[in-house]
Design a binder for this molecule. Structure first.
Ligand code: AMP
Ligand code: MG
Length: 421
C-alpha cells in the first residue's frame, strides 16, 4: 500500500431504513439556487423557481360553451318561442348588448352579449327563415346560465396559478400560457456526471468476450436522468482500478453538481469506488434495508481549484434492478431537491394484491408488479435484482414493509412508475 492509500471506511456500515437514508440525504443536499428565464417552449420538465401569478381572469369574459343562441330568459315565456336573430357572434368578436326580444347567433368561445342570461345549443333550436339574420324557434327553454362559461371560473386575476417548486408538465405549461406568461423562471439544469464501473462491461456494438456482459445501467440511468431534466455528462465505463476511478472522479467533479456511478460499491477487493471517493473527498457507505438495493454510497468529491466547493457523489449498486430501484427511491428525490422541487415523494396508491408473497424478508421490498384488468396487481415471476425484464414488464413497485407476508386479497401500497418520472 502506498502512503497515499486512504483510510478504509469503518467495517460496520450503518443499516438504515430508506426513510432514514432519505432524511440524511435531503437534509444535506440543498437546492442549487441558480435560475434561468426560459420561454415556455423550452421549459418542459423544468422546476419553477418563481411562482406564476395571473394578471387576468380566465376566461377573460363570459363566453359560450356551445354553438347556439344567446337569449334573455324573460323573452321566452314557453318552449317553442320564436325570436328574431339580431346579431351574429363568432369567437374572437366583440358583441353588442342583446336587444330585448331577440336572440344572438353565437359560437363556442365567443363572448356572451351583455343582457343574455343563457345559451341554448343549436340542437335544441330550429332556424326560421326571414329578413336579415332570420329568426330562431327555441324548442326547449334552457335553464338560467346554461352553456355560459363564466369570466374567471378557471383563474381569478391576482391568484397564483403555479407555485415555485412546481415541475412543469404539459398541462402546467398550458396553464402558464393561459395567463399570458411569455417567460418562466426555472432552476437551471442539474449537471450529472455518470459512469459505470466494471471490467466485465462491454458496450452494445462491441463483440461480447467470454465473461463479459453488456452495460445496461448506462442506458437506464442516463434515461432516468434525462427524464428528470438533467444535463448528463456521460463518462462511460471506468476500469476497475483505483487510479482510473480517482481520475474519473476528478474529471466528473470539475463538470458536475452530482456524480452518479453504478457498481463497485460493495466491499469486494475489486470495488475501488470507496477508497477512490475517500481519497478525492469524503464518503459514507450505507446499507439501506431495502431489496433490491442495499449498498448506497453517498459523499462528495472536491472540485479542483474551485474554492472548496464539492460535487455530490452517489454510488449505486451494479445489479441492474438494484440501481434502477435505488435511483427511483433515493437519487430522484436528491435531484428534485437540487432543482428546488416542492414535491419529492412519489404518490402511492392502495391496491389489491392478486398474488401471494410469503417470503417476508427482513428488508423493505419493492416488487415489480403490473396492474391487471380486474384492478388488482400481479407480480413478475422472477424478482431477482439482475432481472431487468421485470422493470419493463411492470407498471410500478409494490412497497412491502419488512417482515410482512402478503396474501392474495390484501391491500398493498403501489407506486406506479408514472409517479417516479
Ligand atoms: P457490483 O456492484 O460491481 O459488484 O456489480 C453487481 C452485479 O451487477 C454484477 O453482476 C455486475 O456484473 C452487474 N453490473 C455492474 N454494473 C453493471 C452495468 N453497468 N450494467 C449491467 N450490469 C452491471
Ligand atoms: Mg463491479
Amino acid at each position: 500500500m502506498s502512503a497515499e492509500t486512504p483510510a478504509i471506511a469503518p467495517a460496520r456500515q450503518p443499516l438504515l431504513s430508506l426513510d432514514e437514508a432519505l432524511e440524511r440525504l435531503l437534509s444535506t443536499v440543498q437546492p442549487l439556487g441558480e435560475t434561468e428565464t426560459l420561454s415556455p417552449f423550452e421549459a418542459l420538465g423544468r422546476v419553477l423557481a418563481a411562482e406564476v401569478r395571473s394578471q387576468l381572469d380566465v376566461p377573460p369574459h363570459d363566453n359560450s360553451a356551445m354553438d347556439g343562441y344567446a337569449l334573455r330568459l324573460a323573452d321566452l315565456p314557453a318552449d317553442g318561442t320564436v325570436l328574431p336573430v339580431s346579431q351574429r357572434v363568432p369567437a374572437g368578436s366583440v358583441p353588442m348588448a342583446l336587444e330585448p326580444g331577440t336572440a344572438a347567433r353565437i359560437f363556442t368561445g365567443a363572448p356572451v352579449p351583455a343582457g343574455a342570461d343563457a345559451v341554448q345549443m343549436q340542437e335544441h333550436c330550429e332556424t326560421v327563415a326571414g329578413d336579415g339574420l332570420g329568426a330562431v324557434r327555441v324548442v326547449d327553454r334552457p335553464a338560467p346560465g346554461a352553456a355560459i362559461r363564466r369570466r374567471g371560473e378557471d383563474v381569478q386575476a391576482g391568484s397564483v396559478v403555479l407555485a415555485a417548486g412546481h415541475r412543469l408538465d404539459p398541462a402546467a405549461l398550458g396553464l402558464a400560457a393561459t395567463v399570458g406568461a411569455a417567460s418562466l423562471t426555472v432552476a437551471r439544469r442539474v449537471r450529472v456526471a455518470l459512469f459505470s464501473t466494471g471490467d466485465e462491461l462491454a458496450m452494445p456494438g462491441e463483440p461480447l468476450k467470454p465473461g463479459a456482459i453488456y452495460n445496461s445501467n448506462r442506458f437506464t440511468l442516463r434515461g432516468l436522468l434525462q427524464q428528470l431534466g438533467c444535463e448528463v455528462e456521460d463518462l462511460g465505463i471506468v476500469p476497475d482500478t483505483l487510479d482510473a476511478t480517482r481520475a474519473a472522479l476528478r474529471t466528473a467533479a470539475a463538470r458536475a453538481d452530482l456524480i452518479l456511478t453504478s457498481g463497485g460499491v460493495s466491499v469486494g477487493e475489486e470495488d475501488h469506488l470507496r477508497p477512490a471517493v475517500q481519497a478525492e473527498g469524503q464518503l459514507d457507505l450505507w446499507q439501506m434495508a431495502i431489496k433490491p438495493g442495499k449498498p448506497l454510497a453517498f459523499g462528495a468529491v472536491r472540485r479542483p481549484g474551485q474554492d472548496g466547493r464539492q460535487a455530490w457523489f452517489i454510488g449505486l449498486p451494479g445489479n441492474p434492478v438494484s440501481s434502477f430501484v435505488t435511483f427511483l427511491l433515493a437519487v430522484r428525490p436528491v435531484i428534485l431537491r437540487l432543482q428546488g422541487a416542492a414535491v419529492l415523494a412519489p404518490q402511492a396508491y392502495p391496491l389489491r394484491a392478486d398474488f401471494d408473497w410469503l417470503k417476508a424478508d427482513k428488508r423493505r421490498e419493492f416488487l415489480r408488479a403490473r396492474l391487471n384488468a380486474a384492478g388488482g396487481l400481479e407480480l413478475f415471476a422472477n424478482q431477482g435484482s439482475g432481472v431487468l425484464s421485470s422493470a419493463v414488464w411492470g407498471d410500478g413497485l409494490v412497497d412491502v414493509p419488512p417482515g410482512t407476508p402478503i396474501r392474495s386479497g390484501d391491500t398493498v401500497r403501489f407506486i406506479p412508475f408514472s409517479a417516479l418520472q
